[in-house]
Design a protein around this ligand. Structure first.
Ligand SMILES: O=C(O)[C@H]1O[C@H](OP(=O)(O)OP(=O)(O)OC[C@H]2O[C@@H](n3ccc(=O)[nH]c3=O)[C@H](O)[C@@H]2O)[C@H](O)[C@@H](O)[C@@H]1O
Length: 435
């Protein structure tokens, strides 16, 4: 029984009055009818508009829950900054590199190293808030002082990418923009698909259509080895058992790279980074937030594998990674296609960039304790089912042979540099870290 039927007095009359009123509206007054329908449609459109994802220059959408922002670009002053930043110092054989994710940890260091040696560099970054964007802004300011301009935009923005390729004839793309982090993939899976798969495809689409096509070097990850137990991890080992969605998207990226190399003749080099750390690092990584928490007197969780086994990582210092990136750019052959058509076989490579000496996480904590001169409040727990793997260990002989890659910084030395930077960046040490 509907609630209307509960009305005790004259329900018929009530109903008759109501229907005759609507009958009058429907059949006798077309202007009122028109106004009523228009108002209804307007409300519906507004509702749909408000519910749809925000547009970025109206050519892209961002399903990530974090990056709800729009970008503005264009104009003669903007183009002038791009041209200035892209200028090479050594006019003969300098590269012109588009660095995506330039305000990120590795992106900042690579951009700065390229600029220092005279290459032309244009950065691209969407400045999302996966971690404190003010750190990204500080890195941007650092790069600006050395003459690197970062364009604010997303790799999914096809119009922006086309525009950049129209203004600058990039010889290389160093693709570092990605949704990083292993554990966050369980919280926000779509951001990984958006950046690491859709974004990569979008970028490769623009690269394949460019004339000339650039050579592309991009960041894969040690996480592609997943549950592989054969150590040290070699590029020939199986990578078909990813333990996290993050790893799965990086593995997918390697397959996508194969496709674009095969169909369009794009020169592609994937670099499997092994837990990169150092100054200007990522606050979502363990060594970074352990430092912060130790200084704040907060307890930290140290994971252990089943049967009290240690969890270890082949921690790799940022300067060594930068050398590997530059080595990959320097040895990258030209793409063979033009304007979307393949003209011959092109280079396709994958390299491990690790340190070759895994260190237990508990040792990492001991080193931090010594350098911070503060005892950590340790909470040893069984590794949660969060996508983490128990250990990583790189075999780097291929990168050594082909890129001249030779890591020289051990964890103790690298962490010392990180801690020095951390304390000076969050000046005031303990006090500032507690902010
Ligand atoms: O090598 C890689 O490819 C990956 O390296 C890191 O991932 P991860 O090695 O897991 O680095 P952290 O998140 O800094 O963790 C380091 C170690 O600390 C452990 N950990 C982490 C968090 C925590 O609370 N406790 C803890 O013991 C982890 O299990 C891991 O063994 C990066 O976060 C990834 O983006 C990157 O792709």
């Amino acid at each position: 029984m509907s609630r209307l039927d509960d009305i005790p007095s004259s329900p018929g009359k009530f109903k008759i009055d109501k229907s005759s009123y609507f009958n009058r509206l429907r059949f006798q007054s077309s202007p009122i009818k028109f106004a009523f329908i228009s108002f209804f449609l307007l409300c519906l459109i507004s509702l749909l508009f408000l519910r749809s994802p925000p547009s970025v220059n109206s050519s892209q959408s961002d399903p990530s829950r974090r990056s709800l922002r729009t970008f503005t670009y264009g104009g003669p002053a903007w183009e002038k900054r791009i041209r200035a930043s892209a200028r090479t110092r050594t006019s003969s054989n300098g590269m012109t590199v588009l660095v995506t994710g330039a305000a990120g940890f590795v992106g900042t260091h690579v951009s700065s190293a390229l600029k220092r040696r005279g290459d032309g560099v244009i950065g691209l970054d969407n400045f999302n808030d996966y971690y404190d964007p003010s750190l990204k802004r500080a890195r941007q300011a650092l790069l600006e002082r050395s003459g690197v301009f970062i364009v604010e935009g997303d790799i999914n923005d096809v119009e922006l990418l086309r525009k950049l390729f129209k203004i600058v004839s990039f010889t290389h793309v160093m693709h570092l923009a990605a949704q990083a982090g292993v554990r966050y993939a369980m919280e926000n899976p779509s951001s990984y698909v958006h950046s690491n798969i859709a974004g990569l495809v979008n970028l490769l689409e623009v690269c394949k259509a460019a004339n000339p096509q650039p050579a592309i070097v991009w960041a894969s990850s040690s996480s592609v080895y997943g549950l592989n137990t054969k150590v040290p991890f070699s590029e020939k080992d199986r990578t078909d058992q990813p333990a996290s969605l993050y790893a799965a998207t990086k593995k997918a990226g390697e397959e996508i790279a194969h496709t674009y190399n095969h169909i369009y003749g794009l020169s592609l080099t994937g670099l499997r980074f092994f837990t990169v750390y150092g100054p200007w690092g990522r606050p979502d990584m363990a060594y970074f937030f352990f430092t912060k928490d130790i200084l704040k007197g907060k307890s930290i969780s140290i994971f252990e594998s089943p049967n009290h086994g240690t969890v270890a990582r082949d921690f790799t210092y940022i300067d060594d990674i930068v050398k590997g990136c530059l080595g990959a750019l320097d040895t990258a052959e030209k793409s063979t296609g033009t304007g979307g058509k393949k003209r011959g076989p092109a280079q396709l490579r994958v390299f491990n960039l690790g340190n070759t000496s895994p260190v237990p996480v508990s040792d990492l904590v001991s080193i931090l304790e010594r350098q911070l001169k503060v005892k950590a409040k340790k909470n040893v727990i069984k590794m949660p089912r969060n996508g983490d793997v128990p250990f990583t260990h790189a075999n780097i002989s291929l990168a050594q042979r082909e890129l001249g890659y030779k890591p020289t910084t051990d964890l103790q030395t690298g962490l010392k540099k990180f801690v020095r930077w951390y304390l000076s960046y969050y000046s005031g040490g303990k006090k500032a870290a507690a902010r």
